[in-house]
Design a protein around this ligand. Structure first.
Ligand code: SAM
Length: 261
């Protein structure tokens, strides 16, 4: 079992394919990304839509995921909160999926870099940005952690929504350490994860099995995070807490941290 508690820190050893080809494991699943509130979409399929079908589908999904009582309580509240905070800031959206966050913030004036491990996800985002006239965006394909040094080193914000929780802790820690080389002192680490309360409610499954519950068939891994575990992955860099709380019936938790060292 790969679970951990505060008194029992996450294991640091990677085994099997997680050691030799971790991003191949992840790529098998993550061409399918969150669509609307409860739906998932394969980006390779969306690429077959006409421009107008694609725009309509994307806008309808974005509305569903941030409007109405459930939409506002999941994505809408933080779009409202961070649109102004991120204006003019240089932001890297790690694991950008369908770009519901990144495109929204680019449209509100953030300088976005979209990073993803699946080429069709980025290809779709590039097409969407072109269709919507979003020019303040760049796209960076992540083959593995060795792709990260090519990023600029002066980001104001690292934004990761549900993308740094779906692999064993040690792999995520290594990726976080690479990403931190690109975040200024005084910059923000803003992350959405799944809390331990949800993992317990859903049966305290081994992380290799829990992903099927949280993100559907084929999800190879999912791990809960709390502040202590995230700080362990960020260390030795130190962060102060701006916001940290669970939301939406403990389905999600939110970390907004400011870098101090
Ligand atoms: C659950 S989806 C979230 C997508 C998007 N952030 C959102 O809020 O809808 C996870 C995304 O992270 C990407 N991803 C998965 N593992 C990753 C990793 N280790 N590093 C960077 N991106 C990753 C996937 O390809 C996918 O786009």
């Amino acid at each position: 079992m790969t679970q951990s508690t505060a008194s029992n820190p996450p294991p640091t050893k990677l085994n099997g394919d997680w050691k030799t080809q971790p991003f191949e494991i992840l790529r098998k699943k993550w061409g399918e990304v969150p669509g609307g509130l409860l739906t998932r979409r394969k980006t390779s399929e969306l690429l077959h839509l006409t421009d107008s079908e694609l725009l309509q589908t994307w806008r309808r999904s974005l509305d569903e995921t941030r409007q109405g009582p459930d939409g506002f309580a999941t994505r809408g509240w933080y779009h409202a909160l961070y649109k102004d905070v991120l204006r003019g800031k240089k932001v890297v959206d790690v694991g950008s999926g369908l770009g519901f966050d990144g495109i929204t913030f680019a449209q509100a004036g953030a300088q976005m870099t979209f990073v993803d491990i699946v080429e069709s996800n980025l290809e779709l985002l590039q097409r969407l940005c072109k269709l919507m006239g979003v020019t303040n965006a760049r796209f960076h394909y992540m083959q593995d952690t060795a792709s990260l040094p090519a990023l600029p080193d002066d980001y104001d914000v690292i934004w990761c929504q549900g993308s740094l929780i779906n692999a064993p802790f040690e792999l995520v820690r290594q990726e976080i350490q690479e990403l931190l080389k690109h975040l200024k002192i005084g910059g923000r680490w803003i992350e959405l994860a799944y809390p331990k309360e949800r993992w317990e409610r859903e049966g305290s499954l081994p992380f290799e099995k829990w992903g099927e519950k949280t993100d559907g068939p084929g999800t190879p891994y999912m791990e809960w995070y709390d502040l202590e575990k995230l700080q362990a992955a960020l260390a030795p860099a130190e962060f102060e807490v701006v916001l940290y709380f669970n939301f939406f019936n403990n389905d999600f938790n939110w970390f907004d941290l400011i870098r101090r060292s």
